[in-house]
Ligand binder design. Structure first.
Ligand code: IFM
Length: 442
């Protein structure tokens, strides 16, 4: 069902001077050229039967490795300040792999678009495993290698993308790569990614970087009712999705009861994990409605929550939904940003919204325009409420390979034909270009 929301005809409010406007993608979702790099956990996972809804793999994706010049031209035409892409560790580990990113960064700089690489966006080399502590140290060595090659032109860095989803969907519930169903035994995977993040911050600083953040996914967690057991379940889910991945970075400790479950010398690791950040990236899509356990397995948009979890996920009623079935709740972004500021106070560095977007079909994507318009107004309300937000990145530039959904979901401002791979800017691309021009006119 499509949303019936409409973009406001009023111009967007004015964002502060220097506000960073960008779009995001990730390596595995767009690059293709899979035969020119070593396999990642996603190559192995997607080769298994029944794992990806349309049976596809990302072997071709958007063929961005070969067509990146065209994609850089699209970015320049859109008028964004910055492009958030990810560097594929399996590609960098393969002969000549860094050459591609070298060219991409050169082309972006020549086009006046600031490169903002994410160093890990879920495509772990298949020979590695986040359950192993050593993966964090290996990550830091790979980060040094990338920074050594690109650091003369890249000034803004992102360590990890959404370690929460990679842990929960990939290692606890098994619906993403590597397909492990460890439930709470997946907690070491969270710890080792956070440790990898802290080590990466140190490696980047050693290479001279001064503008470092992370892209963590967060959302408000709304209790299903005011009953105590629903409120407790929503608090628990808030801890799992929000606090588990933010408290160690911003406060230097895990939420109560979780540090004891982590492997290794947790206190010493937390000192590394809490390396100061220059900014904190938040990916926002929708709030979660959470209730007390209902006693049996539940299906939440294709994600099966096993019986025995201390919470259940419920539908969000009363809001339009995207073609993916995700509720469209712009005010959730205001709530999230003000809530983070209230929770972390001056421990929260300036925030950047590193992802926000929606999946809709069609070239005349008025629903996406309404979505972006609504979320930008919601972000502006957070600015007015005093939250220090410095940038906003749309997910995504291109229709791409949406993980376990395959090619069925279209998040792009630019349509990609699945047969010819031809790129066609959608109505939302023109809308965003116009909105950015307006902002610059003041
Ligand atoms: O496509 C993903 C992206 O890789 C991570 N954040 C959410 C997006 C939409 O599901």
């Amino acid at each position: 069902m499509a949303t019936d929301a409409a973009a406001s005809s009023a111009p967007l409010p004015r964002f502060p001077d220097g506000f960073l406007w960008g779009v995001s993608t990730s390596a595995h979702q767009i690059e293709g050229a899979a035969d020119e790099r070593e396999p990642s956990v996603w190559d192995v996972f997607s080769a298994g039967p029944g794992r990806i809804k349309d049976g596809s793999t990302a072997a071709v994706a958007c063929d961005h490795v070969r067509r990146h010049r065209e994609d850089v031209a699209l970015l320049a035409g859109l008028g964004v300040d910055a492009y958030r892409f990810s560097v594929s560790w399996p590609r960098v580990a393969s002969p000549g792999g860094l050459d591609f990113y070298d060219r991409l960064v050169d082309d972006l700089c020549a086009a006046g678009v600031r490169p903002v690489p994410t160093l890990f966006h879920w495509d772990l080399p298949a020979r590695l495993d986040w359950r192993e502590r050593d993966t964090a140290a290996r990550f830091a060595r790979y980060v040094s290698q990338v920074a050594g090659r690109l650091g003369d032109r890249v000034t803004k860095w992102i360590t990890l993308n959404e370690p929460a989803e990679h842990t929960l969907l990939g290692h606890a519930l098994g619906v993403h790569a590597p397909g492990e169903r460890l439930l709470f035994d997946a907690l070491p995977v969270a710890h080792h990614q956070l440790l990898a993040h802290g080590l990466a911050v140190r490696a980047l600083r050693a290479a001279g970087a001064r503008d470092i953040g992370i892209a963590n996914s967060h959302g408000p967690t709304w209790p299903a009712s005011r009953e105590a057991d629903d409120v407790a379940a929503a608090d628990f889910y808030d801890t799992l999705l929000n606090r588990l991945f933010a408290d160690p970075l911003l406060l230097g400790h895990y939420p109560a009861g979780l540090g004891e479950l982590m492997p290794g010398d947790v206190e010493a690791d937390l000192e590394i994990i809490a390396e100061p950040l220059d900014w904190y990236g938040i990916n926002y899509y929708a709030p979660a409605r959470v209730g007390a356990p209902q006693g049996d397995e539940s299906d939440h948009g294709g994600v099966r929550i096993p019986a025995g979890m201390p919470f259940s996920l419920r539908g969000i009623e009363g809001y339009p939904v995207t073609d993916f079935g995700w509720p469209v709740v712009p005010e959730g972004l205001t709530e999230l940003l003000t809530g983070f500021r209230d929770r972390y106070g001056d421990r929260l560095p300036p925030v950047v919204v590193t992802e926000n977007g929606c999946s809709y079909e069609g070239l005349d994507d008025q629903d996406r325009i309404a979505y972006l318009d609504g979320h930008l107004r919601a972000l502006h309300r957070a600015l007015e409420a005093g939250v220090d937000v410095r940038g906003y990145f749309v997910w995504s530039l291109l229709d791409n390979w949406e993980w376990a959904e395959g090619y069925a979901r279209r998040f792009g401002l630019v349509h990609v034909d699945r047969t010819t791979l031809e790129r066609t800017p959608k109505a939302s691309y023109a809308w965003l270009r116009g909105a950015l021009r307006e902002q610059r006119r003041g």
